[in-house]
Ligand binder design. Structure first.
Ligand code: 2RA
Length: 354
């Protein structure tokens, strides 16, 4: 019988993208598709593959008969409810941070380590953070050929990484500063944002305006100078690539982009690597789009690729002063491959088990 799929967090920002992905798949392997959300959203009607479905409230019995449950909810909700889904017989594919670094939970990117789904003693499979995911298809492909040894990245993260609240804050700030000729005097952007009645203290961007600005703070502060997003890049890259001692250093920065994270990647390999051989690797991977004609102004940017499923790669260079090292730029839609799409691809691969 075709497996039953549940989507927990069906009405959230990532859940909405997930439904769009399900609706636009040529075919799906599911029998029933059950939409689950907080009691506040229960009763809402959502059309999935042409059929109107009613969102049901998160409760233990909501998982009865479910084979695969995808979770797109905050960490504490996943921590509590993914084990409930498993106890009721489902495999949980979780997009929160609750289980990513748990040794008994695989952290899976289908292009990189698909076999890890079978190794799930807790019945839970984790989806990486969107910052790591935005570069992982590209890094995994290069690692297979050239063996990655060191990774240094700077991220340029979109406002939607902080959810709908982040999107609303950025749009509000852009309205507050537009057409005023601001940005040439220290504090003028901040003053305009505050004068428009927007609270920077409550902003998800570290009390700092994001409009006409960049903010070197993403996630929560973890001590010794590091923010959580930077530590996630390090820990998750090591786990996904299966290189526990990979040398990693990350600087994560929020930029005034609505959706699509970008990263400048400086990657060193054990084997010799050239731009030409890297291009071949990228071109051979279906989920990567290479846009690398800098002399014609052709490289990926968030504004040009947002809404797309692939990882977009460009600006591939051999680092001038570092042997066996490539510099390149990647863009990935943080709500699609960075969250909903990767979770869905894992669930889709699992469906063959039923
Ligand atoms: C962010 N990576 O961009 C996070 C979202 N999971 O804030």
């Amino acid at each position: 019988m075709a497996p039953t799929l549940a989507l927990v967090g069906a009405t959230g920002a990532v859940g909405t993208v997930m439904i769009d992905i399900i609706n636009n798949r040529e075919s799906v392997p599911w029998g029933e598709i059950r939409l689950i959300a907080s009691p506040r959203s229960a009763g809402k009607k959502i059309t999935v593959r042409g059929e109107e479905r009613t969102v049901v409230a998160l409760a233990p019995e909501a998982f009865d008969g479910v084979d695969i449950a995808m979770f797109d909810v905050p960490d504490e909700v996943s921590a509590e409810w993914a084990p409930v889904a498993v106890a009721r017989g489902a495999v949980a594919v979780d997009n929160s941070g609750a289980f990513r670094m748990d040794d008994e939970v695989p952290l899976v990117v289908p292009e990189v380590n698909p076999g890890k789904v079978a190794d799930r003693p807790k019945g839970i499979i984790a989806n990486p953070n969107c910052t790591t995911l935005s570069m992982m298809a590209a890094l995994g492909a290069l690692h297979r050929e050239f063996q990655l040894t060191e990774l240094v990245i700077a991220s340029y993260q979109a406002a939607s990484g902080a959810g709908q609240e982040g999107i609303d804050q950025l749009y509000g700030e852009l309205d507050a500063v537009a057409g005023k000729g601001l940005g040439a005097r220290a504090g003028d952007v901040r003053a305009a944002v505050e004068a428009a009645g927007l609270s920077l203290a409550d902003s998800p961007f570290a009390g700092t305006p994001l409009a006409l600005n960049v903010v070197p703070s993403a996630g929560s502060y973890k001590g010794d100078g590091w923010f959580s997003e930077e530590l996630k890049v390090r820990n998750e890259s090591r786990k996904i690539l299966g290189i526990p001692d990979l040398k990693v250093s990350a600087t994560c920065v929020r930029v005034p982009v609505v959706t699509t994270h970008s990263l400048a990647v400086h990657a060193t390999f054990a084997r010799e690597v050239t731009v030409e051989s890297a291009h071949k690797v990228f071109e051979a991977q279906q989920s990567i789009v290479l846009i690398d004609e800098p002399e014609r102004g052709r490289f990926p940017t968030p504004a040009d690729v947002v809404g797309g499923d692939p990882t977009y790669v460009g600006r591939v260079r051999q680092a001038l002063d570092f042997p066996n090292t490539l510099d390149f730029f990647v863009c990935g839609d943080n709500l699609r491959k960075g969250a909903a799409l990767n979770t869905y691809e894992v669930a889709e691969n699992l469906a063959t088990e039923f």
